[in-house]
Each structure stands twice: as structure tokens, then as C-alpha cells.
Design a protein around this ligand. Structure first.
Ligand code: NAI
Length: 342
């Protein structure tokens, strides 16, 4: 669907490219942290969506130029810029989906948890503003450590009395995108058909690709399972090291986040067949938050798909048990931070 909506229609007999001059829906999307490494390409991809009528770009600096630049693309959405805390509230008024890629990224040698001290406060401030200005919006949290920032967001929304667990998402789409890419390369599968659910959380061993549930059905040797699992878990670090101090994944992240935005907008628009993996409040395990496939609808998470966790292989069962203490600690850390600040 993303591919279809990003498709460029070439006009017959003309050199001119016509990018979706007709909007198909009129949703408003806000990107908080829009001038950043992820924020800029993500905003470009959202600008290409035919489902968006207004794109609100917020950052603490440098967002005017990004907005001026994007506003020249002849796609339907209107681009507005908002700079600094004073304009934060206005950037959120009437918004249907808020995407949050604000915060510092990793440098070589850092874990996602090393970002906690800075990003926890940023996410708290931004989600407070969401609660005050667009409490019904879908909230997509990209800022790391997602395993803690999503519980922080939940606590902030609870404190404000507007928490709807069906509308708060930690964005783990990049883990799925990576798993699909690596598995299709390894097994010579058609990329477009390959779908690997990734469950758990979004850091190190908490990222658990369920290779046994790969569609189309395919068999792996034990060595392949080990190699692919470890590569998917460390793929973020692969990029951090290659960028050698210049940040973490931004382009693939923007692609993945745009896919999740587009899926959310399709669900809001009434499409009844939208499934994505995301880190959400969940009763699938004994942990309060867990990433799994969810069915998206107009009101957010319509169902958490439990079947993926049934009939796991021994390797997956063990990995699932092994990730729980780390994921629980990260969730607890986020909750404790938010409660301390309350
Ligand atoms: P970046 O440093 O390039 O951009 C961050 C942007 O956030 C900057 O423009 C900065 O001005 C802005 N910002 C800082 N404080 C802010 C505030 N209080 N309000 C609004 N904006 C604020 O970083 P990058 O590479 O874009 O990464 C952003 C976040 O995304 C990091 O926390 C990173 O760890 C995370 N990330 C998450 C992934 C995921 O799969 N969920 C994958 C890759 C990165």
C-alpha cells in the first residue's frame, strides 16, 4: 500500500510528473523533532502521502527551512512550521497522528538505554503537550529507548487523565523492515511477499524476530536462525558503527516510520485490513507492554494478535523468556521516571 501511495503517476505525453494532485483523505499529521536526521526524510515521505491534508513540523530549531523546502513539493498537504516550546501547542491542534522522533541518537559504543537521561525528559514534555492539545490522536513514539519512552508516555497521559492504550505505539516497524530484508536476501524470497513478525521490545535481545512465523513459510537451519536473529537484533548498531559518530539509522527509520504512519492513516480512513507490529500495552505476556502484531482500526489497536506467540520453536521460547527481565527493567525504569516527576 505504501508503494502504491508513493507511486508517481506519469502524465501521458508529457514530461511532467503529477504527484497525487487529488487528496484522497484529509488527515493532519504532526512530526515533533522534524528538523532531525529522521524527522526530515520522514516528513518528506509523509508529504508524499495522498491521505494527508496538513503536515505540521515542530522542532526546537531549524524547522522553518525544512518546511519551506517541503512546501514546494506539488503534493496535496499543506506544510506548516512551528519552532520552540511556545509554538508546540499550536502544532498539535486538530492533529490525527503525532509522530515523535525528537531526541538524541546513539554514537558508537552506546546502548539505547544510554539515551534515557536526555530523551526521557523530551518525551515527557512532548507527550504532555499532546495530552493538552490532541488527546485523541494516535501517538507514534520513535525516540529511544522505546522500551522506556512508551511507558513514560503512558504515565504522562494517565496523569493527564487522557490515556487511551489503544492509541499509543512504540514504533518497531524498522525491526520488521530489517527482518524482511535480511530474510528475503538469505532465503531468496520475493521481498514484497516476505513478512517476519518481530515481537518483544526495541533494544538488543528484547528484539525477537519470530523466524518460524515467516510468510511465505520457509525453513531455516539452526545456524541461519542464530545468524539472522543476531543480525536483526544488532542491525541498529551496524548502522551506528558505519556512521562512526554521525548518528544512527535515519533513512531506513524514516521509511519504516512512514510505513507505520500510512498504515495508521489507512486504518483511520476505514480500511479494515491493516496489521503492523508495534510496542503497545498488552496482555500477551506478563509484561505490561510488549511488541507484537496488532490489527489497526479507526480507534487504534483493534486486536493484539496472539497467534504469533503460539507454537513457538524451542529457540524462540528460550529467547522470549530471556528477554523478559531486561524488557521489564526498562519498562519499570520509564514508569518510575514518570511517577517521580509527577
Ligand atoms: P537527530 O539528533 O538527528 O534529530 C533529533 C531532533 O530532535 C533534532 O532536530 C532536535 O532539534 C530535536 N529535538 C531535540 N529536543 C527536542 C525537543 N525538546 N522538542 C522537539 N524536538 C527536539 O536524531 P535522529 O537520528 O533523528 O534520532 C532521533 C531519535 O530516534 C533518537 O532518540 C534515536 O535513538 C531514535 N531512533 C529510533 C529508532 C526506532 O526504531 N524506534 C531507530 C533510529 C533512531
Amino acid at each position: 500500500a505504501l508503494r502504491a501511495s508513493f507511486a508517481v503517476r506519469a502524465q501521458k505525453g508529457s514530461q511532467k510528473l503529477d504527484y497525487h494532485l487529488q487528496p484522497q483523505a484529509s488527515f493532519k499529521v504532526a512530526v515533533l523533532g522534524a528538523a532531525g536526521g529522521i524527522g526530515q526524510p520522514l516528513s518528506l515521505l509523509i508529504k508524499m502521502s495522498p491521505l494527508v491534508s496538513a503536515l505540521h513540523l515542530y522542532d526546537i530549531a531549524n524547522v522553518k527551512g525544512v518546511a519551506a523546502d517541503l512546501s514546494h513539493c506539488n503534493t496535496p498537504s499543506q506544510v506548516l512550521d512551528f519552532t520552540g516550546e511556545y509554538e508546540l501547542g499550536n502544532s498539535l491542534k486538530g492533529v490525527d497522528v503525532v509522530v515523535i522522533p525528537a531526541g538524541v541518537p546513539r554514537k558508537p559504543g552506546m546502548s539505547r538505554d544510554d539515551l534515557f537521561n536526555i530523551n526521557a525528559s523530551i518525551v515527557r514534555t512532548l507527550v504532555e503537550a499532546v495530552a493538552n492539545n490532541c488527546p485523541d490522536a494516535f501517538i507514534h513514539i520513535i525516540s529511544n529507548p522505546v522500551n522506556s519512552t512508551v511507558p513514560i508516555a503512558a504515565e504522562v497521559l494517565k496523569q493527564k487523565g487522557v490515556y487511551d492504550p489503544k492509541k499509543l505505539f512504540g514504533v518497531t516497524t524498522l525491526d520488521v523492515v530489517r527482518a524482511n530484508t535480511f530474510v528475503s536476501q538469505k532465503k531468496n524470497l520475493k521481498l514484497i511477499d516476505t513478512d517476519v513478525p518481530v515481537v518483544g521490545g526495541h533494544a538488543g535481545i528484547t528484539i525477537l524476530p519470530l523466524l518460524s512465523k515467516t510468510r511465505p513459510s520457509v525453513s531455516f537451519t539452526n545456524e541461519e536462525i542464530e545468524e539472522l536473529t543476531v543480525r536483526i537484533q544488532n542491525a541498529g548498531t551496524e548502522v551506528v558503527e558505519a556512521k562512526a559518530g554521525a548518528g544512527s539509522a535515519t533513512l531506513s527509520m524514516a521509511y519504516a516510520a512512514a510505513r507505520f504512519v500510512e498504515s495508521s492513516l489507512r486504518a483511520l480512513d476505514g480500511d479494515m485490513d491493516v496489521y503492523e507490529c508495534a510496542f503497545v500495552q498488552s496482555e500477551l505476556t506478563d509484561l505490561p507492554f510488549f511488541a507484537s502484531r496488532v490489527k489497526l482500526g479507526k480507534k487504534g489497536v483493534e486486536a493484539v494478535i496472539s497467534s504469533d506467540l503460539q507454537g513457538l520453536t524451542e529457540y524462540e521460547e528460550k529467547a522470549l523468556e530471556a528477554l523478559k527481565p531486561e524488557l521489564k527493567a526498562s519498562i519499570d525504569k520509564g514508569v518510575a521516571f514518570a511517577q517521580k516527576q509527577a
